[in-house]
Structure formats: structure tokens, C-alpha cells
Design a binder for this molecule. Structure first.
Ligand SMILES: [Zn+2]
Length: 243
């Protein structure tokens, strides 16, 4: 993957301000993967997508991630530190479809960005989960004979839900937390996209401040200023502030 440039970050944050998280994720991957078919990126499993976002984030801001999580009981803010490697979870290397359980055999694939986009308008989480499973199953057989997908019983669908999570573990990263203030323990989810996006927006604001100051002092265009290296921009900012 190509590292995001300062130009990319400013443009993508501008474009993504009013966009859905799914679209933000895809536009980041497209910018970092020139020459890769955008349709293929949209077809990546959510875990594979998140693994790439994690890699892109490490390229942009380094291996270390600092996360602030408020305790749901006492609101104390816990500071956590991870490395990108600690957040990587290996997935099974070979496809494990079909799932064979209770006499049924289900051919399935992993959920991707297009599936989540198609279901994003649904308010009811149970309906969304059921529709997601329907989209991810391609064929069902009971004792060897084809059956309609709508005839697959709930207990088999539960097994499929568990299998999808096992096959794409990077899609659902959670960690256990213990609050030192009140002793409360809970599991919190880590969403690489919202974490990375917040950092990108902060960095884009910093870049715009730098463009504003440097352009005012030197008369250079935004494009030229964003093409400078980060250390060069910093040096110009220091020169400006020292008068
Ligand atoms: Zn607490």
C-alpha cells in the first residue's frame, strides 16, 4: 500500500466530512491502493479491510496507538496503549465454506463493505443481522438435498454467525478493561476506522493551519506547501513564529 500524502489527507477529510463510515474506509483504501480495482476493495471482508486500515494507519502515524476510553460507570478516562501488531489477529488461511452442522451444509462468504452498505438503513439490529446472513449464504442443503435459504433453522444460522466471526476475527476487536477508579470491568470494542478517522481529521486541521501560515508569509500555493515534507513545514512554522 502507498502511504497517504498530506494532499491525500486534506482532500479525503474534506470529502468525507458528511460521508458514511463505510465510504470513508473505502476512499482511504482506494487512495492507498492505486491500480487496485475499487470493486475488489469493496468486496474485501470487513476484517481484511480493517487489517489494511490498521496498516495504513501505522504508515501514517506509527506503530503505537493511544486510546482513551471512558469508564461507563464512573466516567474516569482510561488511557490504553497498543501497537498495531497487538491489534492484528490472524484469520484462517483457507476458506472453510461450507459450514456443516445439524445435517445442513451452508455455502457462505464473509460479509463485506457492500453488504454493510446495503443494510446501513436498517434500524433494527436483529433484522440487519438476519438480512446479512441471507446475503452471505449462497446455497443450503439438508442431508444432501437443496433447501431454500429461508428454510434454514435459527440454530443453524447461529452456528453460521459464530463461523463468520471465527473466519474474520479482525472484524471484531474487543479488549477487557478494568477501571482503577471504581473497579468496574467490561469489554470494549476497538474500531480502527473511527480511531484513524479522528486522527486524520486532527492532522488535516493541523495541515490547514500550516498552509494558512506559510502561504501568508511566503505566498506559496497550498499545493506547494502540502508537497513539502512534514519536517520542512515544521521548520517554516518555527521561522514564522520566531519572526
Ligand atoms: Zn470506573
Amino acid at each position: 500500500m502507498r502511504q497517504l500524502s498530506a494532499h491525500d489527507i486534506v482532500r479525503i477529510c474534506e470529502w468525507g466530512r458528511d460521508k458514511h463510515a463505510l465510504d470513508r474506509a473505502l476512499v482511504l483504501l482506494r487512495a492507498a491502493s492505486p491500480g487496485v480495482d475499487p470493486a475488489a476493495l469493496a468486496r474485501l471482508s470487513i476484517g481484511r479491510r480493517d487489517a489494511l486500515l490498521l496498516e495504513l494507519r501505522a504508515q501514517a502515524f506509527g506503530q503505537k496507538l493511544e486510546v482513551l476510553v471512558p469508564c461507563p460507570k464512573c466516567r474516569e478516562r482510561l488511557e490504553l496503549e497498543f501497537t498495531a501488531d497487538e491489534l492484528r489477529v490472524p484469520a484462517p488461511e483457507t476458506p472453510r465454506s461450507p459450514l456443516e452442522v445439524q445435517g445442513y451444509a451452508l455455502d457462505y462468504r464473509l460479509p463485506d463493505s457492500l453488504d454493510l452498505a446495503a443494510l446501513a438503513h436498517l434500524k433494527d439490529a436483529r433484522e440487519a443481522r438476519a438480512r446479512l446472513l441471507q446475503r452471505c449464504m449462497s446455497e443450503a442443503r439438508f442431508q444432501g438435498a437443496p433447501v431454500p435459504l429461508s428454510a434454514v433453522p435459527g440454530s443453524v444460522l447461529e452456528a453460521l454467525t459464530a463461523r463468520l466471526a471465527e473466519d474474520d476475527p479482525q472484524a471484531d476487536i474487543t479488549f477487557r478493561l478494568d477501571c482503577p477508579g471504581c473497579g468496574h470491568s467490561w469489554r470494549a470494542a476497538f474500531d480502527i476506522l473511527s480511531f484513524f478517522w479522528t486522527e486524520l481529521e486532527a492532522y488535516a486541521r493541523q495541515l490547514q493551519r500550516e498552509v494558512h501560515e506559510i502561504a501568508r508569509s511566503y505566498g506559496w500555493t497550498e499545493s506547494i506547501i502540502l508537497s513539502l515534507s512534514a519536517p520542512a513545514r515544521r521548520r517554516y512554522m518555527e521561522l514564522i513564529s520566531s519572526g
